[in-house]
Design a binder for this molecule. Structure first.
Ligand SMILES: [Zn+2]
Length: 369
């Protein structure tokens, strides 16, 4: 039986151990201890050394029935800021922070629910396949843990990431790839009152280029955005330089390539016309993932949710998560909603009922896997 008090106590305990990105060491030690208590073999990789963090990813294994395909669950240990000294307050079966920090339910609700489910599997002596657990570091600052995870330690080819907002029963089967586009436009300074004709305004050039661009919602698969633009020093100087940060995302790589090219070409063309210099750097931040709705991993989750009477919804996400990186590394994974509410804000809160629902669904998935 899933124990409501136990999983709640665990969640409350976990959110009070601060673990902002790259500072997950204390929390990872607690999790290592808890996983070992249940009987998992636990190791940590060296991703922390690679990214300059305090600890690596946790990779843990619970050996099971070898005739069944191994199954992986993944959550991230880090939180966004401000995530230090979180003081949980429970009101009407909902857990809030005191309003000065985030709550940390993203992703500690997933972690607490998963550990409760594993305890339950052991207590009830449920027959299960080998279960692998990964708890990643630095997800919130660019999926850094999963990008540097030691995949040679993983045997699973299928898995679930427990890390998205929405009602329990929601399965995210698509996530876009993302390009980051960094642009520097160099014009020429001049006195804005005495001889503006001698200058080239980088701000004017950037504006012209941006106006000429297709941005924001491009189509159902694709988005693009100019995120920041910085430049200029004073009103009496024709602005010599602006620095722009932009991004494009799509679940279809050809569409992403086309959108990124469109943005790069437009900056180059306008800069050319206006005699400004243009430096552009494009970085593919992560690849896309698309898991077919008829895939076994989705059938497994859907069936398990249905058995528990939860509504099943399959949808795509506009954001990036460790799910993207797992899929790019040969692990077919989808992201399951854990009931996160207003994550990444001071209003973040979490329903205790959802903690129980997520634990139950993980048990059900493990039984059916
Ligand atoms: Zn998260």
């Amino acid at each position: 039986m899933i124990n409501r008090e136990r999983v709640l106590d665990r969640f409350i305990e976990y959110i009070q151990i601060s673990s902002e990105s790259k500072n997950e060491k204390v929390f990872s030690e607690k999790l290592t201890e808890d996983l070992e208590k249940i009987g998992l073999e636990v190791s940590r990789d060296n991703a922390g050394d690679i990214i300059g963090g305090t600890t690596g990813n946790i990779i843990a294994k619970l050996k099971g029935d070898e005739s069944r395909e191994p199954l992986l669950f993944s959550c991230h240990m880090d939180t966004v800021t401000p995530g230090i000294n979180i003081k949980p307050i429970i009101k009407d079966n909902i857990i809030y922070s005191d309003g000065t920090t985030i709550l940390g339910g993203d992703d500690k609700a997933g972690i607490a629910a998963l550990i409760e489910a594993l305890i339950n599997v052991k207590e009830e002596q449920v027959n299960h396949p080998t279960i692998e657990v990964i708890f990643t570091i630095a997800e919130e600052i660019g999926l850094c843990g999963s990008k540097n995870l030691d995949y040679s330690k993983i045997e699973s080819k299928r898995g679930f990431v427990l890390d998205t907002s929405g009602e329990v029963g929601t399965i995210v089967n698509k996530g876009p790839a993302q390009d980051k586009i960094d642009i520097i436009i160099k014009g020429k300074p001049a006195h804005a009152g005495v001889a503006p004709e001698n200058g080239i305004s980088a701000i004017n050039v950037a504006s012209k280029a941006i106006v000429a661009m297709n941005l924001l919602r491009i189509d159902e698969d694709t988005t693009a955005n100019i995120g920041t633009i910085k430049g200029g020093t004073a009103t009496n100087i024709v602005c010599p330089e602006v620095v722009i940060e932009a991004e494009a995302r799509s679940t279809k790589i050809d569409k992403l390539d086309k959108q990124t090219k469109h943005m790069v070409d437009t900056f180059n063309k306008i800069c050319d016309e206006e005699n400004a210099e243009c430096q552009i750097k494009v970085t593919r931040v992560y690849g896309q993932f698309v898991v077919d709705e008829t895939d076994d991993i989705i059938k497994l989750a859907s069936k398990s949710f249905e058995n528990l009477g939860y509504n099943v919804e399959i949808k795509s996400s506009g954001g990036g998560s460790d799910t993207n990186i797992l899929n790019c590394n040969g692990i077919k994974a989808v992201n399951l909603a854990i009931g996160e509410r207003s994550p990444h804000t001071l209003d973040e809160h979490y329903h205790i009922d959802d903690l129980v629902k997520v634990s139950k669904s993980i048990c059900e998935i493990i039984q059916n896997a």
